[in-house]
Design a protein around this ligand. Structure first.
Ligand code: PMP
Ligand code: GLU
Length: 396
């Protein structure tokens, strides 16, 4: 008999990927599903980026590359941060991985282990807790609330620090809430991190998807010396509609990038050579595609929030970034909807999927009860039809 390790036994399947798989299954059974589960752009990758991938194949860039990624792409990443934030670092401080999720794994694997604590404000992206656990470290959740805009205060961060704390994980713009910390709010968190000698993993994957007057901030640049204790995570998946290409990166102080590259070299070797060339085209090419998609996401955000806010018993804060509405459905708990008893976010989502084929993700997967997440990375027609169905579901 084959054993299952303690680590693998403790890992939960990704709730977002599981929700996406459920919708796919129903679709193969011929059902019409209004799928708002997966957080991935519905747009195809822009043509010039696909062409760069195709050209890379024809040019013979089909071999192993340096484990941390090709010099050209690491150079493109260096230039992008200098151009965008004035953040300067060397190409050796960049490590390219198979998606930002892999970058997060490598960052955690290189920095923490048994006995260490990682602070995570809730609601948090589903994978953070399991990725921490896989290293043997434990996570400490800091609950935030709708009233505080789902943002952790400096006092909360300070109170969560113990002698075992090694890292805090920040994510602005946030998945699942769409909250965007202001520069001033992040500066205050940065000061606590510096005072308490806490390392920071700043997941900035939604940085190019901000709405209205909201602005993304590159955390590492906020204070002199802060980059020495920060790992910046980002990638092309969301901004360039490249989820399937699996391209993410981390920027860190040299000893950390070196450790991450060692982990990666033993684990997966290099990320896909073809995707790396496509990512260069994404970062160096025409950026109009990013703005076009951002504008469409903003229009969908407005539509989604306006429609959800018109539903009885729903509270929907307006997200300032990413492509998720995280709305409160707790007033329906204890009620029977379409013949199904709803007691929490999980039973709410299960009932909505089974009865009206609207696929949402339960708030509990993100560490908070009472809410559900709707990804509006789908067409306006789908949003309208799906919310019509949701309205039908809520008529108890
Ligand atoms: N961080 C956050 C907050 C995310 O929502 C996601 C989801 N895709 C990732 C990281 C991982 O991105 P990737 O697809 O590049 O692995
Ligand atoms: N991050 C996306 C989401 O939250 C994609 C799924 C995943 O990587 O877990 O839906």
């Amino acid at each position: 008999m084959l054993p299952i390790s303690k680590m693998a036994a403790a890992v939960q399947p990704s709730a977002t990927l599981a929700a996406g798989a459920k919708a796919r299954q129903l679709k193969t059974e011929g059902k019409i599903v209004f799928d708002f589960s997966l957080g991935e752009p519905d747009f195809n990758t822009p043509k010039h980026i696909c062409e760069a991938g195709y050209k890379a194949m024809l040019d013979g860039h089909t071999h192993y590359t340096a484990a941390a990624g090709i010099a050209e792409l690491r150079g493109s990443i260096v230039r992008w941060y200098k151009r965008t934030y004035g953040y300067e670092f060397s190409p050796e401080q960049v490590i390219v991985s198979n998606g930002a999720k892999h970058s997060l794994h490598n960052a955690l694997a290189a920095t923490v282990g048994p006995g260490d604590e990682v602070i995570i404000p809730t609601p948090y992206w589903v994978s953070y807790s399991d990725l921490v656990q896989m290293t043997g470290a434990s996570y400490v959740l800091v609950p935030t609330s709708e009233e505080s805009g789902f943002k952790m205060t400096p006092a909360q961060l300070r109170a969560a620090v113990t002698p075992r704390s090694k890292l805090v994980m920040l994510n602005s713009p946030s998945n699942p809430t769409g909250s965007v910390y202001t520069r001033a709010e992040l500066e205050e968190l940065a000061d606590v991190a510096l005072e308490t000698k806490l390392g920071v993993i700043s997941d900035e994957i939604y940085e190019q998807l901000v709405f209205g007057s909201a602005k993304a901030t590159c955390f590492a640049t906020l204070r002199p010396g802060l980059a020495e204790s920060t790992i910046t995570i980002s990638g092309v998946s969301k901004s360039y509609a490249m989820t399937g290409w699996r391209m993410g990166w981390a920027i860190a102080p040299l000893p950390i990038t070196k450790a991450m590259a060692n982990v990666q070299s033993q684990e997966t070797s290099n990320p896909s050579s073809i995707s790396q060339y496509a990512a260069i085209a994404a970062l160096e090419g025409d950026q109009v595609c990013v703005e076009t998609m951002r504008q469409e996401f903003e229009a969908r955000r407005d539509l989604t929030c306006q429609r959800l806010r018109a539903l009885p018993g729903i509270r929907c804060p307006i997200p300032d970034g990413a492509f998720y509405a995280f709305f409160n459905v707790a007033s329906y708990f204890g009620k029977t909807l379409k013949g199904r008893k709803v007691t929490n976010s999980t039973s709410f989502c299960a009932a909505a999927l089974e009865t009206v084929h609207v696929n949402l993700v339960q708030g509990s997967a993100f560490g908070v009860e009472g809410y559900v997440r709707l990804s509006f990375a789908t067409s306006r027609a789908q949003i309208n039809q799906g919310i019509d169905k949701l309205a039908e579901f809520l008529q108890c």
